[in-house]
Design a protein around this ligand. Structure first.
Ligand SMILES: [Cu+2]
Length: 130
């Protein structure tokens, strides 16, 4: 077997393996990242729905000034510096509706800067076998 032939095989193996490598990379990609923006005086989206058991990753960007993100029931509180996407991660292990709010006093409407996280219970989908 000459070396040219061998390198041809190596290239062929690489081409076959590449899609598998790309697939694996996609599996590891943060599929659950939810992009959120915060500005006076709202979060967008203001309602975030996930499934119980989901590992939730929020990438929250405060666009106009510093804000904060405080999520009731999940012990999550994070300052959101202006212009920097801030990652907030938690596992949605409790079903229900949880309020989140801005935790940095940002102006007259600060108290109204709220949203909600809806955690749909695992097994909420109707079972095919009653
Ligand atoms: Cu605020």
């Amino acid at each position: 077997m000459n070396s040219r032939f061998r390198s041809g095989i190596a290239a062929g193996v690489f081409l076959l393996a590449a899609p598998a490598i790309l697939f694996a990379a996609q599996q590891n990609a943060p599929a659950n990242t939810i992009e959120v923006t915060a500005k006076k005086y709202e979060f967008n989206p203001s309602t975030i729905t996930v499934r119980q058991g989901d590992h939730v990753k929020l990438a929250i960007t405060a666009t106009d000034r510093d804000h904060g993100f405080k999520l009731d029931g999940y012990n999550v509180e994070q300052r959101l510096p202006k212009g920097v996407p801030t990652t907030v991660e938690f596992t949605a292990d409790k079903p229900g509706t949880f309020a989140f709010r801005c935790s940095v006093v940002c102006g007259l409407g600060h108290g109204k800067m709220k949203g909600k996280l809806v955690v749909e219970p695992a097994g909420a989908a109707p079972s095919p076998n009653p």
